[in-house]
Design a protein around this ligand. Structure first.
Ligand SMILES: [Zn+2]
Ligand SMILES: [Zn+2]
Length: 642
């Protein structure tokens, strides 16, 4: 008789499992699956040899995935019970939830979702066990006889869809079964809180020549509280959507005539951009950067030398030709900054050279990936290239980190999540150079004291990079800053400096953008602040509202004094009622609205209304002016109190 298998638990403790006992019998009650080696297994899995096992609960990302996957099964089961004749296709977990595709006898509407949810809850209540079965192909084809999509999957036997060589694994609960590798929660009562969120059309296999199916999306979480939080975040995200606010605040638009992914900034957006750009440019000058200006297009030879045509052409707009050569619109600023560096012989004494530009770039991103100002085809980066000696590299990277913190703190972004991304498959780098670049970034990260993690293969084609992700007001992480270390372009462009030894040496190059594109950063700011910018960024900082026509002149004089103090001010002299004017200012998220009537004019005071609706009467005008001017100067994130 075989010896009982021994299971080593994360604590180091080893437990003997009686023969035929499932692994779940020795795991804690919150486990929904187990990790054995590199794989995940059901709690019902029975080991036949010694193993190490780790419990997987829903607080584990893999556990959450299993939870969502299992919820997708139960949804498909509910749909099949409610719509006899339903054909089910596939239904994977996705970020925050899951979907499932169906061919149904009737079209679904969002109104059908609660009925499906109720059916799902019924299945949960019955606590049906998920049972794994391994069938041979013939049996499986018979089992799914009336399910053409499943038959097609079985016939194509793809390893990731339930195939084990010539056998297929199936999960069954009650009478309903699906092709699937698993694992699953042990029984339907172990599902968490879920909600079906939308219906959409989708093609079988994503192929528009194949049948169109109906896709139901849902979200699933371990607890009701987490589900509620998620739904609240969705609602908040919608309320903060920069595309909607951009229109409401009259900041920018993307008319059809421009082409997808290209945007125009209106006057209110223009002044916001000016504030942002002035801040960034001035700070760079203060921190030892020098400003350069470069054109938008260059001859193809530049892009050949840089490697862009070999490794990046698919992201570039097609070339323009004149009688001599092809010209390309720039997808990056780097090669131009290299040319600035190379405009004369450089000595080690000049290094580091930090070249900065708000450089406008164009990338031919795929149409389907464009999204408002978040994903665009034309945008302006706060792009800089630092060219230094290898010995200066670490200090320069650390300086970039410091500047990153300083800039983001100004907007209220702190506590970044930091990743080091190593090289992708497509690279122009020799392995030895790649290693040096990665080592330099690692050394700098370690010296900075930051916590960081490594993400393999997500670097750029000319070097590894460090990414800084910051969390916005509703907890979403945005990748904002990238710092790249590059030994390749200096080599390709033959960049040199004269060393102390009077010999020619190769410098190193750091590429870095702290805000990324100003367009995307603006979108993040709009959503972060829900359109209520800190005073210094607000397109209109103060609005004066005269109560009646006879107050208009005084209102104008007051506005003039505010303008003289360097603030942006508007006067609403329309014939609307005061509440309507106040409301209009709130809709535009104007930080301060001053209502001016007889009493205020007589007393030399103002009635100050913040955009959150709080009103303070009788504020001496000079006090208002000084406080607001100071708030602007300090780029405060907090409104003044009166
Ligand atoms: Zn499954
Ligand atoms: Zn660059």
């Amino acid at each position: 008789m075989a010896r009982m298998p021994r299971v080593t638990l994360p604590s180091g403790e080893t437990v003997e499992l009686p023969e035929g006992e499932p692994i779940g019998s020795i795991l804690p009650p919150d486990a929904i699956a187990a990790r054995v080696g590199d794989g995940l297994v059901d709690l019902a899995w029975v080991p036949d040899a010694d193993v190490s096992a780790q419990p997987v609960s829903t607080s584990d990302p893999d556990g959450l995935y299993i939870l969502r996957h299992s919820t997708a099964h139960v949804m498909a089961q509910a749909v099949c019970e409610l719509y006899p004749g339903a054909k089910y296709a596939i239904g994977p977990p996705i970020e925050d939830g899951f979907y499932y595709d169906f061919d149904l006898p009737e079209p679904l509407t969002p109104e059908d979702l609660p009925r499906i949810e109720r059916k799902m809850r019924g299945i949960v209540q019955q606590n049906q066990t998920f049972v794994r079965e391994v069938l041979d192909r013939g049996e499986a084809l018979r089992r799914f006889e009336d399910q053409p999509f499943k038959k097609e999957i079985i016939e194509s036997v793809e390893a990731d869809e339930g195939a084990l060589g010539d056998r297929v694994s199936v999960y069954r609960n009650d009478g309903w079964a699906d092709l699937c590798l698993g694992p699953h929660v042990p029984a339907t009562s172990r599902l968490g809180a879920f909600k079906l969120t939308s219906v959409a059309g989708a093609y079988w296999r994503g192929d528009e020549k194949r049948p169109q199916l109906q896709r139901i999306y849902g979200t699933a979480w371990p607890t009701q509280e987490e589900l509620d939080d998620y739904l609240h975040r969705l609602e908040e995200a919608e309320r903060r959507d920069h595309r909607k606010l951009g229109q409401q605040l009259d900041l920018f638009s993307s008319p059809d005539e421009l082409g997808p992914g290209l945007w125009i900034w209106h006057p209110r957006g223009g002044v916001f951009r000016k504030e942002l750009e002035d801040y960034v440019r001035d700070l760079h000058l203060d921190r030892g950067y020098e400003l350069v200006v470069t054109p938008h297009i260059a001859r193809s030879v530049l892009w050949e030398t840089s490697g862009h045509l070999a490794k990046y052409a698919e992201n570039m707009y097609p070339p323009m030709h004149d009688e001599h050569t092809d010209y390309y619109v720039k997808p990056m600023n780097c090669p131009f900054h290299v040319l600035v560096y190379k405009s004369r012989t450089r000595s080690y004494r000049e290094l580091p050279i930090r070249l900065a530009e708000l450089g406008t770039i164009y990338r031919h991103e795929r149409l389907g990936t464009l999204h408002g100002l978040m994903r665009i085809r034309g945008g302006t980066q706060d792009d800089s290239h630092i060219i230094c000696t290898p010995g200066q590299l670490i200090d320069e990277i650390l300086r970039v980190f410091d500047l990153t913190f300083e800039i983001h703190r100004t907007f209220g972004f702190t506590d970044p999540v930091v990743n080091l991304s190593t090289l992708p498959g497509q690279t122009i780098l020799e392995p030895e150079m790649a290693q040096r670049a990665t080592d330099a970034l690692k050394t700098a990260l370690d010296r900075s004291g930051l916590e960081w993690t490594e993400a393999e293969g997500e670097g750029t084609f000319y070097g590894p990079k460090v990414d800084f992700h910051f969390r916005d007001a509703i907890g979403r992480l945005w990748q904002l800053t990238t710092v790249q270390c590059d030994f390749a372009l200096p080599e390709r462009f033959g960049m040199e400096y004269m060393g102390e030894d009077n010999q020619r040496h190769r410098p190193v190059m750091i590429h870095r953008a702290i805000l990324g594109t100003l367009e995307r950063f603006s979108a993040v700011l709009i959503e972060h602040y829900a359109g209520a910018f800190p005073l210094w960024l607000a397109p209109e900082q103060v609005r004066v509202v005269p109560v009646a026509d006879r107050h208009a002149e005084d209102a104008g004089r007051l506005a003039e004094r505010i303008r003289e103090r360097g603030l942006r001010v508007g006067v609403d002299a329309s014939r609307e009622t005061v509440p309507k004017k106040v409301r209009a200012a709130e809709v535009m998220r104007i930080p301060y609205t001053l209502v001016m009537g007889d009493k205020e004019i007589e007393a030399g005071t103002v009635s100050v209304r913040g955009r959150e609706g709080k009103e303070v009467r009788g504020v001496p005008f000079d006090e208002f002016l000084e406080k607001v001017a100071a708030e602007r100067e300090s780029r405060s994130l907090e409104p003044s109190s009166f």
